[in-house]
Every structure is written in structure tokens, then in C-alpha cells.
Design a protein around this ligand. Structure first.
Ligand code: PEP
Length: 251
């Protein structure tokens, strides 16, 4: 059985003070969520503070992006080994905001996945279609292309060491959630695509849903057979909301 994972993506939000308060609230409430793996992906500059506060707790932490390079003259970049140096367990790879605003290609995302694994991080690979692509009926082609690029570059067994997050771009930060049926359909497609390469990886790999998941819709989404948790943006910034989403994943 796949252990549910709920990962928060704070994006570029927060301050030292607000993050300290948020983490206090999360640590106080997380005790009831026993069967779920919980993680928070912090802005890079707040990872050290996050580590200090979460060390010894049940909550893991991670980054929101990583360099493909191991070290050297790459101003502004953060290497995977730097994230592990601060106790990161996870890193988000290929978020649609990075694909859209930083022109990250499928090939670059695949290299980031490989660099993360080499340093021992667990990459959370984001895939998903835009509204235009959904309306054109090419959702599966888009998701397959994004996934296949990583499988081709890293190999299916390495992909199996990560996590996939299906995040329809039209549902991110918009308040528009995919219906449980719409999400399940794509999750099942992703699992089938993995199964074509390895049945073992397909059965073991966690596929998260991301896109306006909140305390109201989380339980219905998590009840779908191929939804193994969530990648949570807005609702991860409020302790009560994030804890409620974690509780909805508790099986
Ligand atoms: C995200 O940024 O990965 C995300 C799912 O955001 P939101 O929950 O705010 O839609």
C-alpha cells in the first residue's frame, strides 16, 4: 500500500515571523495525522529556519527548485547537495510556474530530476496541462510527454524513487479544482504509462494531485484510487487548512 503524502508548497510567500508562527501551529496539530507523510517545501532562504523548527518533528521539509549543476560558477543557483546539507528530503521539480515563467523545458526538468536523485533528494515531479491544452483534448499527450522525458533521461527505476504530482495548470491558485473524476482519469493514465515501463514502479509510486486542494475538497479527491496525496499551495499557508488536508489523507 502506498503511504499518502501531503506536501506544502509555500511558493514565494512568508517571512521569518510568519513561517515561525505557521510551523508552531503545524507542529502542535500534526500529532493526529499518523499514517500520512507530511512535508513542507520552503523558499530557499527560509530552509535553515524551517530545519531548525522541524528537526525532530514528524514533518519533513524540502526545496522548490534545484540546479542541474553540482557546484561552480552558476550565480543564484542552489545545488541539490546544498539542499541535503540543510536536511531537505524532498524537492519540487518542474512546477508549472517554473516551466511558464522560467522557460524550463522537459529536458531541463529531467536533468533536475537526475541531479536531485544523485544527491539523495526525493524529487516531486510536477506534470499537467494548461486550460488551452485541456480544451484541445491533448491532456494525455502533454502529461505523457512531460513524464516520458524524465523516464528517457533517468530510467524508470530512478523515476520510481521519486513522486509525481499531477497539477492541471488551470487549477493552480485559481480556486478551480479538477473534479475527483477528472483528476482520477489523469492519475490512472499516468499510472498506466508507468506500468508500460515497470509494473512494480507503477504500483509503488505515489501520484499526488495539486490544484486548489483545500479542506473542503481534499477528502473526495484523496478517496480516488490513484490519488495518493496532495501538493498544496495556498492552503499550506494556514496551519488549520493544511492540517485539515493532512487529516483528509489519513487512512
Ligand atoms: C501548487 O502551487 O503546487 C498548487 C497546487 O497551488 P494551489 O494549491 O494554490 O492551487
Amino acid at each position: 500500500m502506498r503511504q499518502p503524502l501531503v506536501a506544502g508548497n509555500w511558493k514565494m510567500n512568508g517571512s521569518r515571523a510568519s513561517i515561525a508562527e505557521l510551523l508552531d501551529g503545524l507542529k502542535a496539530g500534526i500529532g493526529n495525522v499518523r499514517t500520512v507523510e507530511v512535508a513542507l517545501c520552503a523558499p530557499a532562504i527560509y530552509i535553515p529556519d524551517t530545519q531548525v523548527q522541524l528537526d525532530g518533528s514528524a514533518i519533513k521539509w524540502g526545496g522548490q527548485d534545484v540546479s542541474v549543476h553540482a557546484a561552480g560558477a552558476y550565480t543564484g543557483e542552489i545545488a541539490a547537495a546544498m539542499l541535503t546539507d540543510f536536511g531537505c528530503h524532498f524537492v519540487i521539480i518542474g512546477h508549472s510556474e517554473r516551466r511558464a515563467y522560467h522557460s524550463e523545458s522537459d529536458a531541463l526538468v529531467a536533468e533536475k530530476f537526475a541531479a536531485s536523485r544523485e544527491a539523495g533528494l526525493v524529487p516531486i515531479l510536477c506534470v499537467g496541462e494548461t486550460l488551452e491544452e485541456r480544451e484541445q483534448g491533448v491532456t494525455e499527450q502533454v502529461v505523457a510527454r512531460q513524464l516520458d522525458a524524465v523516464i528517457a533521461h533517468c530510467g524508470i527505476d530512478t523515476v520510481g524513487e521519486g513522486v509525481v504530482a499531477y497539477e492541471p495548470v488551470w487549477a493552480i491558485g485559481t480556486g478551480k479544482t479538477a473534479t475527483p473524476e477528472q483528476a482520477q482519469e489523469v492519475h490512472a493514465f499516468i499510472r498506466g504509462r508507468l506500468a508500460a515501463n515497470s509494473q512494480t514502479v507503477a504500483e509503488g509510486l505515489r501520484i499526488l494531485y495539486g490544484g486548489s486542494m483545500n479542506p473542503k475538497n481534499a477528502a473526495e479527491l484523496m478517496a480516488q484510487p490513484d490519488i495518493d496525496g496532495g501538493l498544496i499551495g495556498g492552503a499550506s499557508l494556514k496551519a488549520a487548512d493544511f492540517l485539515a488536508v493532512c487529516a483528509a489523507a489519513n487512512r
